[in-house]
Design a protein around this ligand. Structure first.
Ligand code: GLN
Length: 483
C-alpha cells in the first residue's frame, strides 16, 4: 500500500478498494517502524490523523469526492498547526503549540487531507542539509550516510522512503527543489504569492514560498491544487484564479522552446551531472521540444546577493523571538537585557545566530547602502535576465544542484561551501519565479535532479513538461533499497 502515489490513492479511495483509515494505519505503523533510521519526523499526530481519516471516509460515504479527500500527508514543521507543536526545527520553539492553523494547513484539511505529522527541517529553514535542526540530522534514504538536502529534508526523506505519498515544504533559496533532487522526488516552488504564507513561520519573507514535494509531477499537481490561492491574510498573496493543474498535464511538448543557459555548465558542476542533464535534454527533444542556448549573465552575483538579503530579512523576522511572548525563556534572568541575551543565545543554534549577525550587520546604518541596497539592485538584474530569456523560450532547463548529496558532516565546518551549492536554485527565489526539480538519474547510487523554470504563474507548464518526461522515463519510480 505504501508504494501508491497520491493519484493512485485517490483512485483506490474512489473505487472503495480501501478506506483512508486503513491506509492511515498502515502508514503510521510504517513510520513508527522505519523512521528511527531517518529522523524525518519531529512530531507524529496519530490521533488527529485517525480522526481526519475517519471523517474523510464518512464524507466519501456521503457522496463527496476529491483527490485529497482521505489522502495522507505531512507538514513541514514551520506550518502552524493549531494545538500541535510547531517547532521550526528549533529549541526556541520546542514548547510552542500554535494557536491557529496556517492557511495551507487549513485549506488541505478542508480538502480532506489527513495529517500524519510534522516533518524535520533545518532550524528556521536555514540550511541545505537538514543538519542544523535542533532535533538532529535527517538521513537520506538512498544512503544513510548522506544528507537528504534541506531545509525541507524531513519531508523529502519521508516521501522518498515511502512513509507517505506527499508532504508540504517551503523554498526560500531551494529548500523544495534541492531536497527533491537529493532524494529522487519531484518538488515545485510556486510563483511568489501563489501559496499563502500566513501561518508559515517566516525566514526571509520576500523569498519564502510553500509548495508540494511528491514522487511525481501528477502528485505535485494534486497537492498544489489544495495549497494555492488568494488569501487576504497574506498581503503578498496574489489574487489570480488558480487553474486546474491536473488538467494541464495532457499537453504535447511539440515545439516547446527550452532555454539552456550557458552559464550553468561552467566549472563547479559535476561532469556526471552535466551528462545526465544532457540525457534529459535529448529525451525532451524526442518529445518535440526545441533547444536553444541562452544566457543569464548576472547569475554569478546571485549567491552573494541572496546571502545578504535572506539573512537581513531573517534578522528582522527573528527579532520577535525574545523570550517574552512565546518560545524558549532562560532560567532566572537578572534583568530584561539578560533575559533577551540568554533566551536568544540558548534558543537559537549556531547557523541561525550566524545569519542574524550577518543580517543585522548588513542592515545597520552605514552598511545598508553598501550591502542590502546593492543586493536589491542585483536582485533586479537577475530578474531582468529572466525576463529577457523568457522572451525567447518557454522554459529554462538545467541542473538543480552542482553535486549530489554530500556526506553527513562534510560541510559543517565551512558554511560558505554549503551556500555555494545553492547556485542553481536561488535565482528563482530572487526573481519570484516558479521552479520544479524532477528525477533525472543517479551518480554513485545518489539521485540527481533536473530543474525547470517558467514565467510567473506557469506552474501548469512546469508540471506538464515534468509529467510528459515522467511518462517516458522511469527515474522517478526507483525506490531506495530497504524502504
Ligand atoms: N540553502 C538556502 C539557505 O540556507 C535555502 C534554504 C531555504 O530555501 N529555506 O538559505
Amino acid at each position: 500500500m505504501h508504494q501508491m502515489t497520491l493519484a493512485e490513492i485517490a483512485r483506490g479511495l474512489a473505487d472503495k478498494k480501501f478506506s483512508s483509515e486503513e491506509l492511515t494505519k498502515v502508514l503510521l505503523a510504517r513510520i513508527t517502524q522505519l523512521d528511527p533510521q531517518l529522523n524525518s519526523f519531529i512530531s507524529l499526530t496519530e490521533e488527529l490523523a485517525l480522526e481526519q481519516a475517519k471523517a474523510a471516509d464518512a464524507r466519501r460515504a456521503n457522496g463527496e469526492s476529491g483527490a485529497l479527500l482521505g489522502a495522507p500527508i505531512a507538514h513541514k514543521d514551520l506550518f502552524c498547526t493549531q494545538g500541535i507543536r510547531t517547532s521550526c526545527g528549533s529549541k526556541m520553539l520546542d514548547n510552542f503549540k500554535a494557536p491557529y492553523d496556517a492557511t495551507v494547513v487549513a485549506k488541505l484539511a478542508a480538502a480532506g487531507a489527513v495529517t500524519l505529522g510534522k516533518t524535520n527541517m533545518d532550524e528556521f529553514a536555514m540550511g541545505s542539509a537538514n543538519e542544523s535542526s535542533w532535533y538532529g540530522a535527517v538521513k537520506n534514504p538512498w544512503n544513510l550516510e548522506h544528507v537528504p538536502g534541506g531545509s525541507s529534508g524531513g519531508s523529502a526523506a519521508a516521501v522518498a522512503a515511502r512513509l507517505l505519498p506527499a508532504a508540504t515544504a517551503t523554498d526560500t533559496g531551494g529548500s523544495i527543489r534541492q531536497p527533491a533532487a537529493f532524494t529522487n522526488l519531484t518538488g515545485l516552488k510556486p510563483t511568489y504569492g501563489r501559496v499563502s504564507r500566513w501561518g508559515m513561520i517566516a525566514y526571509a519573507s520576500s523569498l519564502d514560498q510553500g509548495g508540494p514535494l511528491a514522487r511525481t509531477a501528477e502528485d505535485c499537481a494534486i497537492l498544489l491544487q489544495g495549497m494555492a490561492g488568494f488569501d487576504q491574510n497574506d498581503s503578498t498573496s496574489i489574487d489570480e484564479p488558480v487553474p486546474d493543474y491536473s488538467a494541464s498535464l495532457g499537453q504535447s511538448l511539440q515545439g516547446l522552446r527550452i532555454g539552456v543557459p550557458k552559464e550553468y555548465f561552467s566549472a563547479g558542476l559535476d561532469p556526471r551531472i552535466a551528462d545526465l542533464i544532457q540525457n534529459s535534454i535529448k529525451e525532451l527533444q524526442k518529445l518535440g521540444a526545441v533547444i536553444k542556448e541562452i544566457s543569464l549573465p548576472n547569475m554569478q552575483h546571485a549567491i552573494p546577493a541572496y546571502y545578504v538579503i535572506a539573512p537581513a530579512e531573517a534578522s528582522s523576522n527573528l527579532s520577535r523571538f525574545d523570550g517574552v511572548r512565546f518560545g524558549h525563556r532562560c532560567e532566572n534572568p537578572e534583568n530584561l537585557i539578560d533575559l533577551y541575551k540568554r533566551s536568544r543565545g540558548e534558543g537559537f543554534g549556531p547557523e541561525v545566530q550566524r545569519r542574524i549577525m550577518v543580517g543585522a550587520y548588513a542592515l545597520s546604518a552605514g552598511y545598508y547602502d553598501a550591502y542590502y541596497l546593492k543586493a536589491q539592485k542585483i536582485r533586479r538584474l537577475v530578474k531582468n535576465d529572466f525576463m529577457a530569456a523568457f522572451n525567447e523560450v518557454d522554459i529554462i532547463l538545467g541542473p538543480t544542484t552542482p553535486n549530489p548529496a554530500w556526506k553527513l558532516g562534510a560541510k559543517n565546518s565551512d558554511p560558505v561551501a554549503a551556500y555555494l551549492e545553492d547556485v542553481y536554485t536561488i535565482t528563482a527565489n530572487l526573481a519570484g519565479l516558479p521552479g520544479l526539480s524532477m528525477p533525472a538519474g543517479f551518480v554513485d547510487g545518489l539521485p540527481v535532479g533536473v530543474q525547470l523554470l517558467a514565467p510567473y504563474f506557469q506552474e501548469g507548464r512546469l508540471l506538464n513538461v515534468a509529467h510528459q518526461y515522467q511518462l517516458n522515463t522511469d527515474w522517478h519510480t526507483r525506490t531506495p533499497t530497504g524502504f
